[in-house]
Ligand binder design. Sequence first.
Ligand code: BTN
Length: 251
Amino acid sequence: MTKTIRDWFASYNLLIFDEIDSTNDEARRLVEEGVAGDFIVWSKKQLKGKGRYGRQWISPEGNLYLSILLAQPIESSLAAQLSFVTAVAAGEALSSIVGADRIGYKWPNDVLLNGKKLAGILLESQSVASSTVLDFLVIGIGINIKNFPEGTDYPATSMQAEGAVSIINDQMLDIFMQHFCYWRKQWQERGFELIREMWLERAINRGQVITVNTPNERLSGVFETLQADGSLELKLAGGQVCKIASGEVYF
Ligand code: BTN
């Protein structure tokens, strides 16, 4: 493991691993050790990479695997907003490399290249029961630079597979973190509305019928908008408007 500091994110401690089980798990271990301040855990490969809903995130060498640990207490209502800050930062970073018209967002936090999943985000946190304040927040992001998994429910891709300019992991980390620092600051100073608008600008299938698998049911309806708390607004066939806090979207 190497520990280093780069100017553009001097306020973050950067930990670099050749391989690790999961950068999110390492971030959680840092919390258990009682670290103070924000950390970035970056690994060249993961042996037990985690995706949303307990899925595996296959993590061979060549892609970006990164977790940002915000170790200070944070209001739980802000966590969802930060996941959109991260998606917008990734989308803007990737747009600067592959061209803005090829990048899209799929609710809640997937970043798509040419309509296929290029990056995923996994938030993990912990709080004392009934508290609205999280003890810490881990934002994990994986960006498929070279490899992508075959046979996923929703088609995936990599920058290399889409013929994007060749970029190495190291450069991708730099570009992503520059954008993350910038958009985190914008969000802190100007609030969520700007992030929400940025996200909506590139949201795919807005105004069209989509299907959402929520933890309890499967719903189909018109994707109306993203609400101020990060929920998806869906208009069902009968005209009823539904607010969905978590789920998986299919087109
Ligand atoms: C998703 O299912 O779309 C979320 C995938 C998140 C993957 C990243 S890779 C870095 C971090 N460490 C993990 O184990 N998962 C996240």
